[in-house]
Write a protein that binds this ligand. Structure first.
Ligand SMILES: *[C@@H]1O[C@H](CO)[C@@H](O)[C@H](O)[C@H]1NC(C)=O
Ligand SMILES: *[C@@H]1O[C@H](CO)[C@@H](O)[C@H](O)[C@H]1NC(C)=O
Ligand SMILES: *[C@@H]1O[C@H](CO)[C@@H](O)[C@H](O)[C@H]1NC(C)=O
Ligand SMILES: *[C@@H]1O[C@H](CO)[C@@H](O)[C@H](O)[C@H]1NC(C)=O
Ligand SMILES: *[C@@H]1O[C@H](CO)[C@@H](O)[C@H](O)[C@H]1NC(C)=O
Length: 757
């Protein structure tokens, strides 16, 4: 799918872009394939399945004085503009989304946008250019209920500092219809006074699902970075959120007021992985070359991302000012190209980068496979001197073995599952120890995507590790795409393995989910239960590869109701969907879910498409918030802020318990993970030892970096099954991971930048 541009022209194009950058920081150019000419970039895009309406459409009505301008550079060759104060344009449409396109330049000013009569935004159409930038996206909204709506735009004819009347114009509207909701998702949390009386007899509050906010870039990758924000990373595509005049492909999402801030990324982060390091810096790793085909009509100036390591320094301020992704492939990069790699933090706080393929494609194969691990910062392990270390496991597990499932174990080794196999990797000696094969031929990694978790670790049993794998597919991975169907059933299997000698000997314990799921997300809750959400009941991951695609999706039959899994309940009664709300939003390929600091679950994404599309299953920007019953109960709290938690050291927290028994009190340390492609990298929960006094708990930090790798974590106090809000802490000494200067130098001297094969 992802065709790549040959190396030589790419380099030339990059030089040109570089020139453009130095000329105008608000880079607004693009090159068409095979051409080296920079032309101005126009964000106007009508996704497949959406509909554009030119300014001359009879469905659009105008009030006040408007004039037409004609040029081939306008949508429909015409533009309508006004400098008349109070002039209006209105348009009634049926759909879930609306976009307004027009010019910006230094004569333009402010407009008020109203939807269904309510003012929703003041839009500034000014840009510091005397020549207009054309076909710019001036306003967008993608979270309307599917119904008839009216957008009205009113010219204020003003701008701060303007000395005469300003202009606004309309080039076109684009309407996104969106999929009809099977169930109408409430726009506001359920208000207790309006809950029907039959619900009042429940002894506990129900789960609620609320749709609020949009991500602006498709949420392919998601990580909570602070008490107030999550990082969202996408691939290069026609997202509505823009930065520097072109679509953005990363953003910071405000978890409290749902505002979004676009982030600049230089290279294509398509299918990258990520992790925090021991010092709290997040790295985003790998990606794709510059993509042509659909997006060729809009090359956003991105660079090849296959070897990229993008640095995101700790960002804890609530206004996220100064938080940016930094990239410089000449100085910071992987030794080898990786697409669909898994990245985890290991016990010394550095990143282990596992597998992937050497170029974008679909199912892995011998030619493109990158069956190695490497580290960031680079390590010298038994002579590797920073270079990739072969992992025979990733040869043995071809073909369905991308985005391996991996977890650091409490003995410092690493559990890995890929395709139908699992093993334990001792990274210090480079040795693999195979585990029993996953039962019943179930494949658990891309594109037969299942999900995996390390179950909560507890000092009560000396941190015995147990892994849980759920979903995936038994489709034969040697079949070509044209012999696989979106209707092939997914696997309903979950399997657990206790990683002790006895546990391994007794093998995997198999259980069956109430519904089969491919691409599920497993989210650990502070209560120790696991939420299974997202995914489909048939097909596999990816788009545009198999028979009976739905739109471009390789999967179908989205599962709209989550399931709760209680690992400690008796076998046979661990799964429950009782009281779970059903969503109207399918979450298939490129969907994500994470626990939030507040204790709810953020659900976003779904984009089984090469570029933004409105054809079922379209690109989904709406966010949903799934709130467990405890969110509406009286909650315990921690009143003293703790920042650093050294290994094995005691610290105190002041606590407040809700009224009641408080017969079951726990302090849990969680890593909320880096989520993409159903891989919840680093997801972890560790029970901490503590003793209690009056209103104070003395808590002991985790014993070492094997039990919890040094780096950021979230502390939750759980009283009788009700968690507090999470408190962000730094576990360990907060220092950076070890840097082996010789290995780092070796990588930079002996590997090329942006290798292609
Ligand atoms: C507009 O651009 C000019 C030239 O690039 C620059 O000198 C000026 O400061 C800019 N004005 C504003 C308000 O940004
Ligand atoms: C959301 O909160 C941030 C940071 O507190 C603030 O800068 C921003 O203006 C707020 N946005 C909205 C829409 O309230
Ligand atoms: C291996 O995968 C790549 C990328 O998808 C593809 O271009 C190539 O044709 C495949 N090779 C074989 C032998 O299937
Ligand atoms: C640290 O806390 C643990 C758990 O509360 C307790 O058992 C231990 O005695 C404490 N150690 C010290 C040195 O206070
Ligand atoms: C953390 O370590 C990484 C890797 O050495 C480094 O790039 C980054 O700047 C460090 N972050 C901080 C905040 O020191």
């Amino acid at each position: 799918m992802a065709l790549t541009r040959p190396l030589v022209p790419l380099v030339t194009v990059l030089c040109l872009v570089g020139t453009a950058l130095s000329r105008d920081p608000a880079w607004n150019g693009h090159t068409t394939p095979t051409s080296l000419q920079l032309v101005s970039f126009t964000p106007y895009y009508v996704p497949p399945g959406a509909k554009g309406y030119d300014s001359t459409s009879p469905l659009i009505s105008y009030k006040g004085s408007w004039t037409d301008q004609y040029s081939t550079r306008y949508v429909g060759k015409s533009l309508r503009s006004t400098s008349d104060p109070g002039a209006e344009v209105s348009f009634t449409f049926t759909g879930t989304g609306i976009e307004w396109f027009g010019n910006t330049d230094n004569r333009h000013g402010l407009a008020i946008v109203l939807i269904d009569g309510k003012p929703v935004e003041e839009v500034d159409t000014y840009s510091n250019h005397s020549m207009p930038l054309r076909q710019q996206r001036l306003f967008w909204r993608f979270d309307l209920l599917l119904a008839s709506h009216t957008i009205k735009i009113v010219n204020t004819a003003k701008r701060p500092g303007a000395t005469k009347d300003t202009v606004i114009d309309l080039d076109a509207f684009v309407v996104t219809r969106g999929s009809p909701s099977r169930v109408r998702v409430p726009q506001t949390p359920v208000d207790a006074s309006t809950v029907p009386s039959q619900l009042e007899i429940r002894d506990s509050a129900p789960w609620t699902l609320v749709q609020r906010g949009t991500t602006g870039v498709a949420a392919m990758q998601l990580a909570v970075i602070s008490p107030t924000h999550a990082l969202i990373v996408d691939k290069v595509e026609h997202n509505p959120l823009t930065v520097d005049g072109h679509p953005a492909w990363a953003a910071l999402y405000n978890l409290e007021n749902h505002s979004i801030k676009p982030l600049r990324i230089q290279s294509n982060s398509f299918c990258a992985g990520g992790t925090f390091l021991g010092n709290g810096t997040l790295i985003n790793v790998g990606g794709n070359p510059v993509v042509e085909t659909y997006t060729s009509a809009a090359d956003f100036g991105d660079l090849n991302g296959l070897q990229a390591i993008r640095i995101f320094q700790p960002c804890d301020s609530s206004d996220v000012s100064g938080c940016e992704l930094y990239e410089n492939h000449a100085r910071i990069r992987m030794a080898s190209p990786r697409w669909y790699n898994t990245v985890i933090r290991i016990n010394d706080g550095s990143a282990m980068i596992i597998g992937g393929s050497k170029k974008g494609g679909w199912i892995n194969n011998v030619t493109v496979n990158n069956p190695t691990v490497e580290y960031y910062p680079p390590k010298n392990i038994r002579g590797s001197n920073g270079m990739p270390i072969t992992l025979p496991f990733l040869v043995k597990t071809l073909y369905s073995n991308l985005f391996p499932i991996a977890f650091l174990l409490p003995d410092g080794k690493v559990f890995m599952a890929a395709n139908r196999d699992a093993m334990i990797y001792d990274w210090t000696t480079r040795t693999e120890t195979y585990l029993p094969q996953i039962p019943n031929g179930v494949r658990v990694t891309y594109p037969m995507t299942g999900t995996g978790l390390l179950l909560p670790l507890s000092p009560d049993n000396d941190y015995i590790a147990e892994v849980l794998l759920c979903g995936g597919s038994t489709v034969d991975d040697t079949k070509p795409g044209y012999k696989i169907s979106s209707q092939d059933p997914a696997s309903p299997q979950c399997s657990r393995l206790i990683l002790t000698e006895a546990g391994i000997k007794s093998g995997w314990n198999v259980e069956t989910m109430p519904t089969a799921r491919v691409m599920p997300d497993a989210v650990l809750l502070p209560t120790g239960k696991v939420l299974l959400v997202n995914g489909g009941a048939s097909g596999i991951s990816g788009y545009a590869n198999v028979l009976n695609q739905v739109g471009a999706s390789n999967a179908d039959n989205p599962i709209l109701t989550p399931t709760l899994y209680d690992p400690l309940a008796e076998a046979g009664s661990r799964f429950s969907s009782e009281g779970m709300p059903t969503s109207g939003i399918p979450r298939l390929y490129h969907s994500v879910a994470t626990l939030t600091p507040a204790g709810g679950v953020m659900i976003a994404g779904s984009n089984p498409n090469l570029d933004r599309s409105e054809v079922k299953y379209g690109t989904e920007y709406r966010v949903e918030w799934l709130n467990p019953p405890y969110m509406s109960q009286e909650r315990p709290s921690m009143t003293k802020k703790v920042q650093n938690v050294p290994f094995g050291k005691n610290f105190t927290i002041n606590v407040h318990f809700p009224a009641g028994d408080a017969s079951d009190v726990r302090v849990v340390l969680m890593d909320l993970g880096y989520v993409t492609h159903a891989v919840h990298a680093n997801s972890r929960m560790v029970y901490l030892k503590f003793s209690s006094g009056a209103g104070v708990l003395t808590v002991q930090g985790p014993p070492n970096g094997n039990v919890y790798p040094p780096g950021p974590g979230w502390l939750y106090l759980v009283v009788d099954g009700v968690p507090s809000e999470g408190m962000k802490i730094m576990v360990g000494d907060g220092r950076g991971p070890p840097v082996d200067e010789a290995a780092l130098r070796n990588v930079l001297q002996n590997t090329a930048v942006d290798q292609h094969n």
